[in-house]
Design a binder for this molecule. Structure first.
Ligand SMILES: Nc1ncnc2c1ncn2[C@@H]1O[C@H](COP(=O)(O)OP(=O)(O)OP(=O)(O)O)[C@@H](O)[C@H]1O
Ligand SMILES: [Mg+2]
Length: 246
């Protein structure tokens, strides 16, 4: 059977900050439509990995391919174009506090759509993305008027506005109560289906991982230490893996 080309490919990735060797020969492949979770301890390099994937941090060595393109070899314009196909939900949400929800969502459109396209379609795109996360009524509110869970949803809506093929989530449920975390996790599955997207999810929220993942990659000692379904990893007797499940 012919192997389907991966949507994201990371091979032998190394990244150090001075003497802090964070990623040491990390590799992974993500197939179209998969929801992959990368699980690792705090400080293990999960955010560094996800930032290397979109070249917000430059890797020291290794191969990084996303949507079959090699992001390290690209010029600024090409990277910009590629980033329009990738949704990124930051650990911190990164909403602009001085802008309304609508303006926050329009922000990626300003960069990637022409004035004419925006005139024709911005309103509809903003409303569609907000409706996807159940928050159409917040369109004219300021981020300060929203709860933590609502901010996360708005940030998710903003990462969906360009209908990305790949969505990267950095700790999408951190700081949220268990019920809101579950709602966000279920929402992630829903949007992944709707947009037929491929997702890489950084998380150590076991409920979020159980709900969202097709496969889990354990980032331990800078490497892809193990990968399997959540259920199989849960049964592992390896002490380094057990730590996460006990
Ligand atoms: N820009 C940077 N400059 C120097 N060191 C950095 C930088 N970014 C990350 N690091 C270091 O890389 C290591 C991994 O950080 P990273 O943020 O990827 O951890 P993480 O796995 O995402 O942790 P958490 O679960 O707490 O978010 C840490 O030791 C951190 O200090
Ligand atoms: Mg992090």
């Amino acid at each position: 059977m012919k192997k389907i080309a991966p949507i994201v490919e990371v091979k032998n990735l190394y990244k150090s900050f001075g003497s802090n060797h964070v990623l040491k020969d990390f590799s992974m492949e993500v197939s179209p439509g998969e929801n992959i979770v990368v699980l690792g301890k705090s400080g293990s390099g999960k955010s560094v990995l996800i930032k290397c994937i979109i070249n917000l941090i430059q890797a020291d060595s290794g191969i990084l391919k996303i949507l079959n393109q090699s992001i390290q070899d690209m010029g600024e314009d090409e990277v910009d174009q590629l980033r329009s196909e990738i949704g990124f939900l930051f650990q911190s949400n990164a909403l602009y506090d001085s802008m309304t929800v609508r303006q926050n969502l329009e922000f990626p459109l300003r960069r990637h759509w022409s004035v004419e396209q925006r005139k024709q379609g911005a309103e509809r795109a903003v409303l569609e993305a907000l409706s996807d996360v159940g928050l159409a009524h917040t369109i004219d509110m300021m981020p300060a008027e929203l709860s933590g869970g609502m901010k996360k949803r708005v940030a998710l809506a903003r990462s969906l506005i360009l209908k990305p093929k790949v969505i990267l989530y950095d700790e999408p449920t951190t700081g949220l109560d268990p019920i809101t975390s579950r709602e966000i996790s279920e929402l992630m599955v829903k949007v992944q289906k709707k947009y037929n997207a491929t997702s890489i999810i950084i998380s150590h929220d076991m409920n979020c991982i159980r709900i969202t993942s097709n496969r889990v990659i354990m980032l331990i000692d800078g490497k892809n230490y193990a990968e399997d379904t959540f259920e199989n990893l849960q049964k592992s007797t390896d002490p380094k893996i057990r730590e996460f499940f006990d």
